[in-house]
Design a protein around this ligand. Sequence first.
Ligand SMILES: [Mg+2]
Length: 218
Amino acid sequence: MPDPLSLIAPSLASLGLSTARPLVLIDVDEVLGLFMQGFGDFLKSHDLEMRIDRFALFQNIYRPGATEHLDLAEGKKLFDAFFAGHCDQIEAAPGAIDALNRLSDHAEILILSNAPAEAERLRTDWLRKHGLAHPLILNTGPKGPIAAGLVAQTSHPTAFVDDLLGNLDSVADHSPLTSTFQHVADLRLRPHAPRSDRHPRIDDWTDLGEAIEASIRR
Ligand SMILES: [Mg+2]
């Protein structure tokens, strides 16, 4: 009978990753890349605006001058259009690329992003544009199950970085030995982003890189 974890996660070998080094799983939006800024610019080109006055996405999209946010279904359509055609235009989070390059001296890196499947080519292009040759997995839903399937394949230490507590809690629940870190890249979003004692919150990428490195050297 196949291992149930192998049904939800590809093998590290098939992704080109070694099981002989620690494994670090990294989110993209608001971790490696400035999603809210990029999506906000895309909205501007549709005569809409992103108002960051709470930790939300679709509820932050407004027509100029409006007091009620845009219909959520319309927001979702714009979100899908952004990922299908424009998600390669976001900026890298300050310090992220350098920190990842330093980390890759000591660890295997896997990019684990919750994004529509249509984003795969542009998201891959974006990583390559920044010199990141690491494999990319596009996931939907909480990241714990797929992370568990991935980290179960290595006996070396593992770490996971995300901006969303839902994903961090999910990974911590499914893979209690994996070190989890919260990073919120967007300066405007930081004061609104909920944090948790379960996961160190490190918004500076240089500090984050060092903390990840310490965690996988334990
Ligand atoms: Mg994210």
